[in-house]
Design a protein around this ligand. Structure first.
Ligand SMILES: NC(=O)c1ccc[n+]([C@@H]2O[C@H](COP(=O)([O-])OP(=O)(O)OC[C@H]3O[C@@H](n4cnc5c(N)ncnc54)[C@H](OP(=O)(O)O)[C@@H]3O)[C@@H](O)[C@H]2O)c1
Length: 286
């Protein structure tokens, strides 16, 4: 398949590009990085021209403004990139009759359900990042009937800039660690998510999917597991509430997601503990 991939320089995008290239003709675009095409997706004319020129059979759309605190400080920018530019991309793909896959987030939920969210539970975002992702989802589903909405959570990827590396480097430099105990979700390895997306786009089973590593834990428990699996068993972590961790964006409290739709068609991600072990093994052998 000829695939146009947005956000190809990002954590998930780079992994998708690598995995899909084994089987597909993948053309990567992003606003930054060493990609096939540099473009800001809020440039509507540019986005339209790029899609028409490349003439893909599917568009995969993980590009987003993922700085949740930045989004809280500038909600209009968040809506413009994650919402409106995504709506525009959905419209272009609908016009030429090709599918689109929009990558979304656990942060579309308000975190008050007290059980894992299924694909049919109703979103109710509580912060500007979550709202912008929900807008992007809704626009995509309304505009292009050939859509996949893939919600994921707490991505960890090779290449730096995420929670796993932050915890490990804090422990390495002997910094004291304070981590939130009452924010719960599914840590997810980008390699596993990319493999699941590669499977999903072959199915033409359009709809919404929760593609996360199995099992949900708190940030504190995740940090503890990272340290234990990295050999820092004696490093202690102070547990604090999410209200004590002052930041511009308040994340939802309890957003585990259940993968019903994907597993019903054989797309299932391994438990997060196994994924973390695989990630750490790959990091140390790199
Ligand atoms: N990271 C997580 O924990 C997480 C959890 C759940 C869901 N998700 C979703 O998963 C997807 C991938 O996340 P990720 O962590 O891989 O994100 P990422 O590393 O931030 O990659 C996103 C890429 O999109 C680019 N981008 C931003 N604005 C753009 C624009 N206007 N036009 C074109 N490209 C633009 C970013 O550039 P800049 O770096 O310059 O902004 C970045 O290279 C996102 O849709 C995100 O909402 C992520």
């Amino acid at each position: 398949m000829r695939v146009l991939l947005t956000g190809a320089a990002g954590k998930l995008g780079a992994q998708l590009q690598q995995q899909l290239a084994e089987k597909h003709d993948v053309i990567g675009m992003d606003i930054i990085g060493d990609v096939d095409h540099l473009l800001d997706l809020t440039n509507y004319a540019g986005a339209r021209e790029l899609v028409r020129r490349i003439s893909p059979e599917i568009v995969l759309h993980p590009a987003a403004w993922t700085d949740v605190d930045g989004c809280a400080l500038d909600p209009k920018k968040a809506l413009s990139i994650n919402g409106l530019a995504s709506a525009h991309l959905a419209a272009i793909t609908a016009q030429i009759g090709i599918p689109i896959l929009y990558v979304s987030s656990n942060e579309v939920f308000d975190g008050t359900l007290n059980r894992p969210y299924t694909e049919v539970d109703l979103p109710n975002p509580i912060n500007p990042y979550g709202y912008s992702k929900w807008y992007g989802e809704r626009a995509t589903t309304q505009v292009n009937p050939q859509h996949y909405i893939v919600r994921s959570a707490w991505l960890f990827a090779h290449g730096g800039g995420n929670f796993v590396q932050a915890i490990r480097s804090a422990a390495e430099s002997g910094k004291s660690l304070r981590v939130v105990t009452n924010e719960v979700a599914n840590p997810t390895y980008t390699n596993d998510l990319a493999a699941a997306i590669a499977q999903l786009i072959e199915t033409e089973r359009f709809g919404s999917y929760h593609l996360v590593n199995e099992g949900a834990i708190s940030r504190w428990q995740f940090a503890r597991a990272i340290l234990d699996q990295s050999g820092y068993v004696d490093t202690s972590i102070e547990g604090i509430s999410r209200h004590e961790w002052k930041r511009p964006s308040l994340p939802p409290e309890y957003t585990p997601m259940a993968n019903f739709a994907g597993s019903s068609i054989g797309i299932k991600l391994r438990p997060w503990q196994e994924a973390l072990r695989a990630f750490l093994t790959a990091e140390t052998s790199a």
